[in-house]
Write a protein that binds this ligand. Structure first.
Ligand code: HSE
Length: 403
């Protein structure tokens, strides 16, 4: 018999309300005892007595055995989650930034107090990727995980590519639909995708990488020329996070726009949908597809975690415990497309090889092979000069002995 969960819910925004809608349709042996919100005076669809603006009313209530944290204030979220775990309460969270920033401490807190923190809803909305990486791929040789991990930026790209909608209108729609972060730079700059990638990599490879070590370049500098180039070549542009195990004990992570061809799974992932490609040694390529943002899709993943807590499910972080000793590196080669104005940028990027270069009055681009470390070193120059960079091809290791 599963145990009854008495839930203290933090946050009643898009995901909190989505979760509530789903819960009320089912008899799940759980009860939302109290909901903590920032503004007590805001009109709510539920009785006033259910709400409080005092987090202690939930955290200090011995009747509440489960905390569900769905707020978008990173530091407050960490305070709530760490206090709950330390006081014997299990937690479900969808705060990807908070989890990626504090993953090591959160793992330690769970071990120290024997409590469980689940966060399927934090990574790719409705797609059950974390539990799959944690459980299913334990004995597999995982070559890479990549995909589309951010619904808002994909929504903007789809609206632009398929419907010719301008960037600002598409972003406004993503915000109105409740997909976008409070600060949309998190979405379009690839930060949100990076946080999710870091969480996924911990379960795939047992590495806990700090966000500041991982490159993220987003779609802010995408121009009509880039779309035209992609269309002419029958390609699409997607924002793609990659985690890849390299040959000699290294793993690399990065987030960059990617030129995707029609034979790739990601080519047909549009709007707020997400997709995760797992490349495994014997299973070969596998593809997970589903809605990556929105109240009900994310709420369904949160509910799945809540349901798992009825049976005291915990992530074991098996791969971190039985560490293969993988080290993180940015020392890899990538094939990239670079549309630029300033010739100095091409020099600074120090291409290993240029396969193609194009100059016209309207725009210039080069396609060639480059080391990821050089993209990181020139990241500010790329942003300031409104250049657009996208990767296009296979990855190969280089000079790992030196890293
Ligand atoms: N802003 C996020 C996205 C929400 O667009 O994917 C879901 O994590």
């Amino acid at each position: 018999m599963s145990k009854k969960l008495n839930i203290g819910l933090f946050g009643f925004g898009v995901v909190g309300q989505g979760l509530y809608d789903i819960i009320k349709t089912k008899n799940l042996n759980l009860e939302i005892v109290k909901i903590a919100i920032k503004n007590k005076y805001k009109q709510r669809s539920l009785p006033e007595t259910l709400f409080t603006d005092n987090r202690d009313e939930l955290l200090n209530n011995p009747e509440i055995n489960t905390i569900v944290e769905l707020i978008n204030d990173t530091e407050a979220a960490f305070d709530i989650v760490s206090r709950a775990l330390s006081s014997g309460k299990n937690v479900v969270s969808a705060s990807k930034k908070m989890i990626a920033l504090h993953l090591e401490e959160l793992i330690a807190l769970q071990h120290q107090h024997g409590t469980s923190l689940l966060y399927e809803g934090a990574v790719c909305g409705s797609i059950p990727i974390i539990r799959n990486l944690e459980e299913y791929y334990d004995n597999e040789l995982l070559h890479s995980i990549s995909g589309i991990f951010n619904g808002s930026s994909n929504y903007i790209l789809s609206k632009g590519f398929i419907e010719n909608m301008d960037y600002a209108t598409a972003l406004k729609q993503a915000q109105d639909l409740g997909f976008a972060e409070t600060d949309p730079t998190m979405d379009v700059g690839g930060f949100d995708a990076k946080f999710k990638l870091i969480i996924a990599a911990a379960h795939a490879y047992g590495v806990v990488v700090k966000p500041e070590e991982v490159l993220n370049i987003g779609i802010q500098n995408l121009s009509a020329h880039d779309l035209q180039y992609a269309r002419e070549k029958n390609l699409k542009i997607k924002l793609v996070p990659v985690a890849k195990e390299l040959d000699n004990g290294h793993v690399t992570l990065f987030v960059l726009p990617k030129l995707v061809n029609e034979n790739e799974f990601l080519y047909n992932v549009e709007y707020e949908y997400n997709g995760v490609i797992v490349q495994a040694a014997f299973a070969d390529q596998q593809f997970f597809f589903g809605k990556g943002a929105g109240g009900h899709p994310t709420g369904s993943a949160v509910l799945s975690d809540i349901a798992a807590l009825r049976y005291d499910y915990q992530y074991e972080y098996k791969k971190a415990k039985e560490s293969k000793g993988l080290n993180f590196t940015n020392d890899i080669e990538l094939n990239v497309y670079l549309r630029y104005e300033d010739d100095n940028l091409v020099k600074a990027l120090n291409f290993i090889h240029i396969h193609e270069s194009y100059h016209s009055d309207a725009y210039k681009f080069v396609i060639g092979k480059i080391n990821l470390k050089n993209i990181i070193a020139t990241q500010q120059q790329i942003a300031d000069s409104k250049a657009f960079i996208a990767f296009a091809d296979q990855l190969t290791t280089v000079n790992l002995a030196a890293s």
